[in-house]
Ligand binder design. Structure first.
Ligand SMILES: [Zn+2]
Length: 630
């Protein structure tokens, strides 16, 4: 790792001069209502090791070091505040125990838990702290604001199936389960690899490495659970009383998650904007990848909230970051957040209408000066360049319309020719070193990417590319950009990217509620099309789940696996029978399925050999596939 380049010092100093660091209201708000915390927010993992800790972030004090963007440094300090806080009477939050916040709302007989964090241990630690200071209130309802794991994965830390059986409702927006599966299962393998870059999981905390994740400190680790909702909110606005607490649920689909809702608690004077108005410019498509989000809908829902709920709100909470108090300040904040997304949307479309493509728009689009000086509008998690690309893709897809980009050579083949045309790798490196000295880091990572793809073992090219990536990381205001650049630098400097545990299977808790059809979709993306194209088969698959049977008929033809409910009848080549308990083991892929056949966990009648041949056609994935090299 290198220290900061003079150009990095200049860039960071320039930003520091532009922003109002004397404005300390966010720090006051982040600490307001503090009741208690755990020492260094340290939580052990049930499986051994550490689930969560702020201990390793003790370096986040004082002024920004040269290797961290000063605005990101400020956010890193705010995200290091942890503990149990009172928002208003009856509304409490535990912040800084996980990437997200959990909110506790006290009803007449117990407590409503909003968003039980990412891991069991985080949620358990939070509710224990809450109960220690607010009494041993039973959980009377759990509410998931949206379909992202940092908001529901810790549910088993606050309730169990037995609580659900005895009537504790689990409330979520319409489409919650389908959308959470769509992200975590179908696109799970590439998304997890890309998320390593976004969150910088494997980077050590430190001023030259991990300082923050933009929405919170880090991801942490621990037990991962899923309890399906028992009550879905389906109308645009639904009003219910839960344990004596009036709640107006405001559906906001297509915003930060496909299944999403905000809430207003009129009797408490609190507006909960979930993750649609955090203290950052959010992502219209995160770096890990996602279905692009709808900036227009996002702005409109915030406008609706501003119109309908803000006039009666004395406090506004979000499920990341800290609250805002006072109706006037909330109005300014929500109005600013609304304008942020509306501006990004409208201005991107305006520039698209001039024929500009995403990189050109990102280079031209300036956020409004006054708005961009507000701390809540800075890009700690999202960034203008990526949000522009997301708006473009939302309307026009990934192709920029220039036929020169219609069918380019794949990266490695193109790289070999680029390097050859540029006079060979030594010539490129000579010029790149001059550009490094001049601080042209964006250009160097682009040009050296060609050298690394043409000559993956070229140590000098990898090291210089890593040097430039580091400087970009040190300058980045967005934590997700910083993490991406710094992990890329590390992977370029090492000879192997293998640094995290392998194994791709679905969490047993998810499999426990997964419809058979969804499991078969997951199987479908594992079919190796090239090998399977010469192979036709019809199978019936029966999943028994207690007294319930989910029966699907599978058709494999032209390398594609389709399925419909029901049975092929006499036309079935084989009938496959499994129980729900077995599915989780089988979800690990080909070898698990083959072992399942051999062990008799999968019962097959009919042409057993044919089904076995089908299983042999399934692909295996390397979750640590290469990213910064071919
Ligand atoms: Zn979140």
């Amino acid at each position: 790792m290198n220290s900061a380049h003079p150009d990095t010092l200049r860039a960071n100093a320039k930003l520091a001069a532009e922003l109002d660091f004397a404005d300390r209201r966010d720090f006051e708000d982040a600490e307001r209502g503090f009741i208690a915390t755990l020492p260094e927010a340290h939580i052990d993992a049930d499986a051994g090791g550490v689930s969560w800790t702020m201990k390793s972030y003790g370096f986040l004090s004082g002024d920004a070091p040269e290797t961290v963007n000063p605005s990101l440094w400020r956010m890193s300090q705010l995200n290091a505040v942890h503990g149990l806080f009172e928002v208003v009477e009856r509304v409490y939050q535990v912040r800084g125990f996980s990437l997200a916040n959990v909110t506790f709302i006290e009803g007449d007989t117990g407590v409503i838990v909003v968003d039980p964090l990412q891991f069991t241990e985080h949620a358990r630690g939070a509710i224990q702290l809450y109960r220690k200071h607010r009494g041993d209130r039973p959980v009377v309802a759990v509410i998931y604001t949206h379909s992202h794991r940092d908001h529901y994965g810790g549910v088993r830390g606050v309730i169990s199936e037995a609580d659900v059986d005895r009537g504790v409702p689990v409330i979520a927006p319409f489409g919650f389960t389908e959308e959470s599966f769509s992200e975590s299962i179908l696109a799970g393998v590439p998304m997890r690899r890309r998320a390593l870059f976004q969150f910088g999981w494997s980077l050590e905390p430190g001023p030259m490495a991990h300082v923050d994740s933009g929405l919170g400190k880090a991801v942490g680790r621990g037990g991962d659970g899923f309890i399906a909702p028992t009550w879905l909110i389906k109308q645009p606005v639904e009003r219910h009383s839960i344990d004596g607490v009036e709640i107006a649920f405001h559906l906001t689909p297509g915003t930060e998650a496909p299944a999403n809702m905000n809430m207003h608690y009129p009797g408490l004077g609190v507006l909960n904007l979930a993750e649609t108005a955090c203290h950052t410019m959010h992502n219209l498509c995160p770096l890990r990848g996602a279905k692009t989000r709808d900036a227009l809908a996002w702005a409109r829902y915030l406008d609706e909230a501003l119109d309908a709920f803000v006039p009666q709100a004395e406090a506004m909470i979000v499920q990341h970051h800290w609250p805002v108090w006072g109706t006037d300040r909330i109005r300014e904040y929500v109005g600013g957040q609304r304008d942020l997304y509306r501006y990004l949307h409208d201005q991107t479309l305006r520039l698209m209408s001039h024929g500009l493509t995403p990189k050109e728009i990102a280079d031209q689009l300036m956020m409004p000066t006054e708005l961009s000086r507000k701390w809540f509008a800075r890009g700690y998690y999202g960034a203008v360049a990526h949000n522009v690309a997301a708006v473009y893709a939302h309307y026009l897809g990934p192709y920029d319309g220039n036929p020169a980009n219609l069918n380019p050579l794949p990266p490695q083949a193109a790289a070999e020719r680029y390097v050859q045309y540029m006079g060979g790798s030594d010539a490129v490196l000579r010029r790149a070193r001059e550009d490094y000295d001049a601080g042209n880091f964006r250009w160097i990572v682009e040009v050296l990417n060609h050298v690394v793809f043409a000559e993956p073992t070229n140590r000098a090219a990898r090291d210089l590319a890593a040097d430039a990536m580091e400087q970009l990381g040190y300058q980045a205001e967005s934590a997700t950009w910083r993490n991406s650049y710094l992990l890329a630098a590390r992977e370029l400097r090492s000879t192997s990217s293998a640094s995290t545990p392998r194994g791709v299977s679905i969490s047993p808790d998810v499999v426990a509620v997964l419809p058979l059809g969804s499991f078969l979709e997951y199987l479908g993306i594992r079919v190796d099309g090239t090998k399977a194209q010469a192979f036709s088969a019809r199978f019936d698959w029966r999943l028994t789940d207690g007294a319930k049977v989910d029966a699907q008929r599978l058709t494999l033809s032209n390398g594609a696996l389709n399925h419909l409910p029901g049975s092929h009848g006499d036309a079935a080549d084989a009938i496959v029978e499994t129980t729900r308990e077995q599915l989780s083991k089988l979800s690990a892929g080909r070898s698990a399925l083959l072992a399942g056949i051999d062990a008799g966990d999968i019962r097959i009648t009919g042409n057993k050999a044919l089904f076995r041949r089908f299983v042999e056609l399934l692909d295996e994935f390397d979750p640590m596939f290469n990213v910064v090299e071919p």
